[in-house]
Design a protein around this ligand. Sequence first.
Ligand code: FEO
Length: 621
Amino acid sequence: MHCIKKITSDLFWVGASDRRLSMFEGVYSVPYGVSYNSYLLIDEKTVLFDTVDKAVRRRFLQNIDEALGSRKLDYFIIQHMEPDHSSAIEDLIRRFPDITIVCNTKALDLAKQFCCFDIGSNFYIVSEGDTLDTGNHTLNFIMAPMVHWPEVMVTYDSTDKILFSADGFGCFGALNGALFADEVDFNKDYMDEARRYYSNIVGKYGNQVTALLKKVSELRVDMICPLHGFVWRKHLGDILTKYALWSSYTPEEYGVMIAYASVYGNTEDAAEILSSRLRDSGVKTVMFDVSVTPPSEIVSAAFRWSHLVFASTTYNAGIFVAMEAVVNDIVAHNVQKRTVAVIENGSWAATSGGLIRGKIGECENIEFIEETVSLRSSLKTEQLSEIDAMVESIITSMPASAVAAITPVSAGAQVQENMVDMAAMFKLSYGLFVLTARDGSKDNGCIINTAEMITEKPLRVSIAVNKANYTHDIIMKTGEFNLSILSQSVPFRVFEQFGFQSGRDADKFAGCGYDDRAANGVRYVPEGANGVISGAVEESYDYGTHTLFIAEVTQSFILSSEPSVTYQYYFDNIKPKPQPKTEPKKGYVCKICGYEYEGETLPEDFICPLCKHGAADFEPL
Ligand code: FEO
């Protein structure tokens, strides 16, 4: 049965996923499966971009039949002749004998090598810059040799600004019903597999990937359609940024990847102690037993981390077999610009350290930590100082800013409550905002003071909202909000209206005299505001009392040229000053924001209606 996905009004995904494959290309484990993407453009002419692997050929052919309907297939573009994308060529030619195959000369040569049938003579041979007009669309061909094979080319649809990127920007993992990267939590759930795919499939060819990125940077690209994994239609910068790092062999993070080979656990002891002491010093570490973890994961980690440590026993007077395979794989994938340290072990002739240094030294721009820790069967107490020296050398080789950023608070400098003066926090120029949301017919709003723009492309903002606010619950449910940016002309009654009562038992908008809504249908507050930002929540993070929402800006507009109000301005100029009293008032004052509670006793669970701090932050008047 067919299972197709509509991408645009005339572009369809006609690929399929395979969850039974154990080793992709016979080498790479794919525990989450893999997708083989093929795309069909239904224009005045119909165009297919690549086919699929033989494992999913049947579904693919059903998909094409469904997407084509009564149309015939006019063009078949071979971007990449590797069999995971070309196994259905014979089926296509038999079904559509008049089809024109669009490819470059290298792809044609490979097609003739791979195909054991007559592929005909109806070819449109293209080279860099050639185009194909299909009616409403113009397809531009861009050569991308060695990303991943020499014949690879990508196609740019200059009408819809779509890049068909062949293996580029691909990812391991079945699609599981989704198609777009923004339908899943890509950074959390798929970036590791994208890195493993990149580093193992095209990691060796960083220069060629860089050349392709340069060509792509001169185009406006609104969507990327790769041959594996998800289609990118939003936040393209997330994956483009990673590709810029990976292709230039720039570490993503400062930290240490420790790969160890240990027959009886003694080399593992040294690796564990090294890792533990690095962690104690605040350095991030990851560890892999090369006898257990597939090399592709270790290669991927080598692309991620700045420092690599290899700890290996000596075996048959050489490097332990599994470690030798990993080291060879790292060298073969052209890892560069790393700092490397080595621990060796050998009961009578320790040679593994020197051999590892020799092999890793074939990579470009490798800095070695000078001393190899050399064990005789097991780590002895007197050698702990050598481990400590290696820790020190690793830290010294990291930039001071990076080390400072990851150095934890030492035991003697624990953060103590009396060392934190909250007043210092309010020296930050917090603004004040009315945050509004809508649940069906119920409109609500509250005052917040933490909102900021975090990225420009795409335009994103963050807001932190106390969970005690009803508005918080509505945003968790609907994912929509408006932020009315308060100006210096805002009257105190706006704070009373939205800050001093709960929307759970009051209508926050009662008697306000305005009923303005943004395009998202959510009300905003024009009174005393100078601008409005509408947000659609992409992610939320739980921080105990508050939730941090990350949202894409869907609309924004200016209401006035009044300067924005700051927390300081509010206290100095808007909040009414206490009136002199003939008798001392009984009550409590919030040490954070100055809110006064009148009464003999302050309830233990009292929450300041203005700043949302608890009873512990109040003191008697
Ligand atoms: Fe997905 Fe290079 O083939």
